[in-house]
Design a protein around this ligand. Sequence first.
Ligand SMILES: [Zn+2]
Length: 352
Amino acid sequence: MDSLQALAMTESTSSSSARKRQREIRDAVLPCLGHAGTNAGHVDRTLQRLHQAGIVEKPPSKGSVRHRDYRIRKDWLQETTMTATLPLTDDREHQWPVVDVLKATEAMAEANPAYGKKLLEAVFRVGQETSIILYCDEATPGNPLASCVQRKAYLFYIGYKCMRPRPGSWITVAALPSNLLIDVIGGVAGATTVLLRALTPCWNGRTLLIAGQRIFCKLRLEAFSGDEAGLAACLAAKGASGRRPCWLCSNLISKLCRDQLLERGQANVLNKFVTIDEADKTKYSPATDTSIYAALDSLSACAAVETKGALEDLSKNLGWRHEPRGPLAQPELRSLLRPAATVFDVLQLDAM
Ligand SMILES: [Zn+2]
């Protein structure tokens, strides 16, 4: 079939009239090519231009393009999605669609043979785990100049580490709209736990059919990336505005915290710490998974016996929130999600 198609293509491109037609088609759709990705609107605009150029006689109506797009999306979800149970307040539950990354990968490879070939060449290795990067981002669909906060959502993506991290190569795994989030027990951190557990079939591995080849694929979470605020929400960290602005630096404190220590005459403590205006990179000491887990364990021990005020104070000093539903509080997820392997904004670094 492939060789027949190739033959047909060489025959048609060899004639000059076919080349002329190709040019006409290209010129007609050129103004439509500036858009990243595809959606029903772009397809409709492209068909209309082809119609104006006399290439497509009877383009389908906008409604039928939208309907077909909806059907394709729905089929895709049905084929690749599992449901995870999000516990909500008032004993309610929400059946949360989470994309099975391995199933989605298989479906994408089937739809796009070049992608499947690339996966075999660069991503999946027989007998080895496949490293992926989980990415969390906040997005508000609609008009960026008049954004509607009710539509804001946390989005989770997964990308294969060995693929160039282009936005198009990421698989959207789950979306958490803010009107749902408001009722989720444990907030974004609680949902992150549910998500990581839902992906257990992918961490355990499965045999996939990629580009005609059967291969056993088992995913390994190599890094968790996102902007600082998004990651802090997912991991239940206090975030950049607190006393401890970064969980990846074990000796970093905020400037406000430094000033308070100076005011209290505790300048001697300061030689153990650096502040975020420190230009010498070598002075920052990196946190390890062990040191982070020790901090989190001391926080849960404190929560069991101390007052709310004492817990809050310790939480500020450690830079972590006490969140029993968060992913780092789950013993079985500790070997999967390593907090020291969080990376700030891999997608935006790539764009630079
Ligand atoms: Zn840091």
